[in-house]
Design a protein around this ligand. Structure first.
Ligand code: GLC
Length: 567
């Protein structure tokens, strides 16, 4: 029997064993505050189709990512979250998985993954995989079997129901447009899909589904991954009695009636699954990050779970939903999440939201504003998750014509919703053709601004957005107050300038951010914070900053001022 194991299989097994950091080592606190590695880490989301194309076919791949690890290390990244790179028909660009334990050939092979994991580990960079738990592709073998007959062993792995009054079983709507039910002629029943019809929802009430999916995570942990970003956790469960959602006035951007999603979102059962999934993660010293869209802090708190037994890192999207520069609104959001008892997780962009460069930019001072936003969320208490290209001021490049749109929701919603292609364009490496991403035609075009906003050009310019990010991330890694310190808001009535301390023991870092387009004066008194005769020395600031007396700070429009405070 032993002859069944080829030499390469043995090599792969040994490599995987070597790569798997001992669970205990990963769970061990890294400092006297009891913090774990992910609390000190800077995470970076990579959309693999668009990061780096090693074989010049116009689509990024795993070897491409491996070739950029040096860049990532130099930037100050400690963990990369790779959006789905598993085999997939690519209806939703990888979020329709047809095999959870392999790599799509367009991205490479498992051997390429092992190479990436090995090279990442050498540099101290953790790998986080995307776990698409709510649904599979309709081409997954489980669904192919499930739809084949009403008596299939996999029938109950998905949600099948009879229609009602000649239509779907109830009024639920897919978030990607139209009814959330599709009639399958083969067995004359409807299956449920919260997303595209090609993404049937798994039935998490079936213990066999839970077991199979938990085993997927074990399989990747054993291959060396440090955790998962859990896709679409809000929609894992639906009301088993299929009550209609209450209908609200008006229609959404796809023309469907608005609904109050009380029966198809955030059902309490999700917390049982997350608690159990966390136990598996804990056995492997892994971290779970959640795609958690919440409306208020109470909902977000539930995802941490009682006694922190669910997600270590539920993403706070309420922060990213502050869609304009506003000192009072950011102040309110930070105070809310910072006092909630969990470890905050800040995000300002991702592959589903318009890039922060466009959302906050005023069209004239976008680079200054990109630095301002970095100065904000990379100095807060908590873990930041960057989105590739944010560090060079990449902008959205939305399709100009409907026929160019790749993302199906962009075709459906055109021109109100142009889809998500704009925020998923290739990483801009150089000022050459296709921004140095590929010598073929890239799957999405790069914007004209790639001539100036690219890694090669910005690395030579000390005032670039990229250099600012590098300085800031270096500071964040080295400064104990930025790593450990509590968040102390200052001058809370200032409508334009957001100021706070990160205070740790006898030290503090002061952060002052001018969120307005006009020059501002600020006077700070840190007596009440334990620094009556505070001395400050600048750690990092944007140009135009005069003087460093905190009783009379002058700030240029959109200025960032970060200083060390001592007694
Ligand atoms: C998540 C992903 C998004 C995807 C959806 C369906 O929201 O971030 O890109 O389309 O899930 O899987």
């Amino acid at each position: 029997m032993t002859r069944l194991f080829s030499r390469s299989a043995v090599f792969a097994a040994v490599l995987a064993a070597l790569l798997a950091l001992p669970a205990a080592a990963q769970n061990r606190p890294v400092d006297s505050e009891g913090h774990q590695w992910w609390q000190h880490a800077v995470f970076y989301e990579i959309y693999p189709r668009s990061y780096a194309d090693s074989n010049n076919d116009g689509i990024g791949d795993l070897e491409g990512i491996t070739s950029k690890l040096g860049y990532l290390k130099d930037l100050g990244v400690d963990a990369i979250w790779i959006t789905p790179c598993y085999p997939s028909p690519q209806v939703d660009f990888g979020y329709d998985v047809s095999d959870y334990e392999n790599i799509d050939p367009m991205y490479g092979t498992l051997k390429d993954f092992d190479h990436l994991a090995h090279e990442s580990q050498k540099r101290g960079i953790h790998i986080i995989m995307d776990f698409v738990m709510n649904h599979t592709s309709d081409q997954h073998k489980w669904f192919i079997d499930s739809r084949s007959s009403r008596t299939s062993a996999y029938r109950d792995w998905y949600i099948w129901r009879d229609g009602k009054n000649g239509g779907p079983p109830n009024n639920w709507i897919s978030i990607f447009g139209g009814p959330a039910w599709k009639l399958d002629p083969q067995t004359s029943q409807y299956y449920y899909h919260y997303f595209y019809p090609q993404q049937p929802d798994l039935n998490w009430r079936n213990p066999a589904v839970e077991k199979a999916m938990f085993d997927v995570t074990r399989w990747w942990y054993e291959r060396g991954v440090s955790g998962f970003r859990l896709d679409a956790v809000d929609t894992l469960f639906e009301d088993p009695d299929l009550h209609d959602n209450p209908v609200l006035p008006g229609t959404n951007k796809y023309g469907d009636p608005n609904q109050q999603e009380i029966y198809d979102r955030r059902l309490p059962e999700v917390h049982d699954v997350l608690r159990d999934l966390r136990k598996v993660a804990d056995e492997h010293g892994a971290v779970l990050i959640g795609e958690t869209w919440t409306n208020n802090i109470d909902e977000l708190k539930q995802y941490y779970g009682g006694h922190g037994k669910e997600l270590q890192m539920p993403m706070d999207f309420m922060f990213a939903m502050v869609n304009r520069l506003s000192a009072p609104e950011f102040r309110r959001q930070i105070a809310t999440v910072d006092s909630a008892g969990g470890w905050p997780v800040y995000v300002i962009s991702n592959h589903d939201i318009v890039r922060s460069y466009d959302r906050y930019g005023d069209g004239q001072h976008n680079d200054a504003i990109a630095k301002l936003m970095a100065g904000l969320y990379l100095t807060l208490r908590g873990t930041p998750i960057m989105y590739y290209g944010e560090e060079i001021g990449m902008e959205n490049n939305d399709p100009k014509r409907k026929e160019d749109v790749k993302d199906p929701i962009g075709k459906l919603g055109w021109p109100v919703d142009k889809g998500r292609d704009g925020e998923r364009t290739p990483m801009q490496w150089t000022d050459g053709p296709n921004a140095g991403f590929t010598s073929a035609t890239p799957w999405l075009p790069v914007p004209p601004s790639s001539a100036t906003h690219n890694v090669a050009s910005e690395s030579k310019d000390p005032d670039s957005v990229l250099e600012f990010y590098k300085h800031l991330l270096k500071l964040r890694h080295q400064n104990p107050a930025l790593l450990e310190g509590e968040y102390v808001p200052l001058n809370q009535d200032d409508p334009n300038v957001l100021s706070y301390l990160r205070r740790y023991k006898d030290e503090a870092v002061l952060v002052v951010l001018n969120m307005s387009g006009s020059a501002q004066k600020v006077s700070l008194d840190l007596g009440a914070q334990g620094f009556p005769a505070a001395k400050v020395s600048t750690l990092l600031s944007t140009p135009g900053q005069q003087g460093n007396k905190i009783s009379e700070l002058s700030l240029a429009p959109f200025a960032v001022y970060i200083a060390e405070v001592s007694k």
